[in-house]
Design a protein around this ligand. Structure first.
Ligand SMILES: Cc1ncc(COP(=O)(O)O)c(C=O)c1O
Length: 362
């Protein structure tokens, strides 16, 4: 039996354990800003919907209930400007889809997948699980005439950099991919968190002209609605691609639990909690940004999303150590690609009390 895990990169978070132990020695406790995991409560209306659907003895629908599919379509229309004929599908969080999409689309050793030069590590994991070739690039000109490209991942707003891709760039990538019959998948799980720039979905009519052929947008309720623990993601776009994903996922048992489907409907139908959560992150961002800048950090991009992409102009592990000595844990840029070795990623996902502690230590 071949060991599939051998094809995967080392699990990077283990490398952060020594810095975590150092930060935990701080007399006032660690401020962990290394992981983008929500810390604020799940909004009561979502918890109620989950509880009300807890008597769910039967198997749920892989495609999602009709009510969930309607909620997803309406959300895509409202928040992404999608108005063409759209396929939609719930997923068990979006990490699951990112990791398995190349496999679900039937990619293999003869195929190439383009991923962001600095990006969420699971894009590469998914390519390796499928046994395909990975190319890290933000510029399709540098990819050249490679005819083996089957899939291009975009991530806007970006984890970890907070960079937002402009409409013009999205349009060019879609045109480039369509010429080659490749699929463009845009991971947009931070779409509701634009600070200095309003992020645009790949499904916006400005990008696709309401023709979603070969285009998918991946979304998540983890950050928007504090539902990381529920595992609630979804994907929308090209109806033919969505039908193909559904056909495989039905066989593979990739089904979102029924109570979570009900909770998703409640979350998608309410923007009030999204606005309130945004305000919490905005205040934490302002405080952390000011404190980091005062201490000599340079912040790049970070115009949207849940992170401050920060540098002291030195190797990221040195910066991680510097912060750990002050009881603060950050993620080293090296986790996100070879081009990111002088940055650390500082998450906004800590309570107001912990953010205030970090600010006073800085
Ligand atoms: C860019 C990006 N995509 C996908 C995910 C996965 O999110 P989830 O599986 O919680 O939906 C994350 C989580 O941090 C992320 O940063």
């Amino acid at each position: 039996m071949s060991r599939l895990s051998a094809a995967l990169p080392d699990f990077p978070w283990d490398l952060l354990e020594p810095a975590k132990a150092r930060a935990a020695e701080h007399p006032d406790g660690i401020v962990d800003l290394s992981v983008g995991t929500p810390v604020d409560p799940v909004p009561p209306l979502i918890r109620r919907a989950l509880a009300d659907a807890s008597d769910s003895p039967g198997y749920p629908l892989t495609a999602g209930t009709p009510a969930l599919r309607t909620a997803l379509s309406e959300w895509f229309a409202r928040e992404c400007g999608a108005s063409g004929r759209l396929g939609v599908l719930p997923t068990i969080g979006s990490k699951e889809l990112v990791a398995w999409l190349p496999t679900l689309l039937g990619l293999g050793p003869a195929d190439t997948v383009v991923i962001p030069s600095i990006g969420y590590p699971t894009y590469e994991v998914g390519v390796r699980l499928a046994g395909a070739r990975v190319v890290r690039s933000d510029s399709l000109t540098s990819v050249g005439p490679d005819s083996s490209v089957r899939l291009v991942w975009l991530n806007s707003p970006s984890n970890p950099t907070g960079k937002v891709l402009p409409v013009e760039h999205l349009r060019k990538v879609v045109a480039w991919a369509r010429e080659r019959g490749a699929v463009v998948v845009s991971d947009e799980c931070y779409l509701s968190l634009g600070w200095e720039t309003q992020p645009v979905s790949v499904l916006s009519p400005e990008v696709t002209g309401d023709d979603y052929t070969g285009v998918l947008a991946v979304h998540s309720l983890s950050k928007r609605s504090n539902l990381a623990g529920y595992r609630a993601g979804f994907v929308g776009g090209d109806p033919a691609l969505i039908a193909e994903l559904l056909a495989v996922r039905k066989h593979a048992g990739m089904i979102v639990p029924a109570p979570v489907q009900a909770a998703m409907i409640a979350a998608l139908g309410d923007e009030e909690h999204v606005v309130a959560q945004r305000a919490l992150y905005a205040a934490r961002r302002d405080q952390l940004r000011a404190a980091l800048t005062r201490t000599g950090f340079e912040i790049s991009h970070s115009e949207a999303g849940l992170y401050l992409w920060s540098s002291r102009g030195e190797d990221c592990w040195k910066t991680v150590e510097w912060l750990a000595e002050r009881g603060i844990l950050a993620a080293p840029g090296a986790f996100y690609g070879p081009a990111a070795e002088q940055h650390v990623r500082i998450a906004l996902t800590a309570t107001d009390e912990r953010v205030a502690a970090a600010v006073s230590r800085l």
